[in-house]
Design a protein around this ligand. Structure first.
Ligand SMILES: C[S@@+](CC[C@H](N)C(=O)[O-])C[C@H]1O[C@@H](n2cnc3c(N)ncnc32)[C@H](O)[C@@H]1O
Length: 314
């Protein structure tokens, strides 16, 4: 922000891709990593942003136009607790989990709880919903969001790769938290930790190839827990907000090969494009749902697949 900028001035907004612009820099910043992203109106002056001992909170520049075309939608857009804005594929993937009143549902990787609250809404708060996340702070966020929306959810801090009991537990219910008896849930959402390459807008990504590849082992372990915890005839939705073949189609191919009792099914809503070629049979590619830049629907990069657990024949 240039010296002399006044509240109400129209200014251009740039991303500093190479992180070279120092806080409080007074001269015009020039760098090849300076990327124009939109225009806005000044709401705070330099001294409010850069003086010592100032708690930097609030809106400094109100965005009016963006190169991405996305509207600026903050917390003030709608009254608190009335609606939660989500990207289209995230909404569709929970709609395809199709939770019903009375169902016992597990959200294995739930924080901050966007999909959990949607699940509660679809069950009309008449299901038994269990939501897990790995760290204390994330569970705090999850509980806060559920509370804000009046979603009746049992939230627990746990590693979802380690939540399956070795055998049936008779003296406790899923509401008491993990470990859970095998085959305890009607529906399971595995919205897996992933390389998040589908996020938009994404001006720059600093993940190394090693980091991008690091998610598959944990996704497989989570999948193993999910299959064990699913009731026969139960529904499992696996989703990621990334675009790699390894975390998406290849994960589905691995699951179908590893768990003979798992069947890929056609989702209730099919707005996504077929999966990428290479690892899945053509009929299976048509069942999985891929979203992203080269797909028909204009949305973030996202992937999901719906499975049903076949009943064992006796
Ligand atoms: C894609 S985010 C979930 C987003 C969430 N479903 C939503 O819609 O708001 C993945 C989450 O998985 C959590 N996570 C990662 N590893 C986990 C594990 N082993 N057990 C449980 N949660 C885990 C992360 O903390 C993160 O919050």
């Amino acid at each position: 922000m240039l010296s002399g900028c006044q509240i109400g001035d129209l200014v251009s907004i740039y991303a500093d891709v190479h992180k070279k612009c120092k806080k409080g820099f007074q001269k015009l910043f020039e760098d090849e990593g300076k990327l124009f992203i939109g225009n806005g109106i000044v709401k705070m002056q330099r001294y409010q942003l850069f003086s010592n001992n100032i708690v930097q909170k609030g809106i400094a520049v109100e965005v009016k136009e963006t190169t991405s075309g996305c509207p600026s939608i903050g917390d003030d857009f709608l009254p608190s607790g009335t609606a939660l804005l989500q990207n289209l594929p995230s909404i569709i993937c929970v709609a395809c989990l199709d939770p019903q009143p009375g169902d016992t549902v597990l959200d294995m990787c739930a924080s901050p709880g966007n999909k959990t609250t949607h699940i509660a809404e679809l069950t009309r708060n008449q299901g038994t919903i269990v939501a897990i996340d790995k760290t204390k702070n994330k569970v705090k966020q999850l509980k806060a969001l559920c509370e804000k929306f009046g979603a009746k959810v049992h939230c627990f801090e746990a590693d979802s790769t380690k939540i399956v009991a070795l055998s049936q537990i008779s003296d406790k219910t899923v509401c008491d938290g993990p470990p859970f008896s095998p085959e305890a849930f009607d529906r399971i959402l595995l919205d897996a930790p992933c390389s998040v390459l589908g996020k938009r807008p994404q001006i720059v990504n600093r993940l190394s190839k090693k980091e991008i590849r690091s998610y598959v082992p944990i996704q497989r372990k989570l999948f193993e827990s999910a299959v064990k915890l699913l009731k026969p005839n139960g529904t499992l939705v696996y989703s990621t907000c990334t675009i790699t073949l390894a975390e998406n189609e290849a994960m589905v191919a691995w699951a179908l090969k590893t768990f003979e009792n798992l069947k890929l099914i056609k989702p209730k809503i099919t707005m996504g494009s077929p999966g990428w070629a290479g690892v899945l049979a053509d009929e299976d590619r048509r069942l999985v749902q891929r979203f992203g830049s080269e797909c028909d629907v204009d949305s973030v990069g996202f992937f999901f697949a719906c499975f049903v657990k076949k009943k064992e024949e006796k």
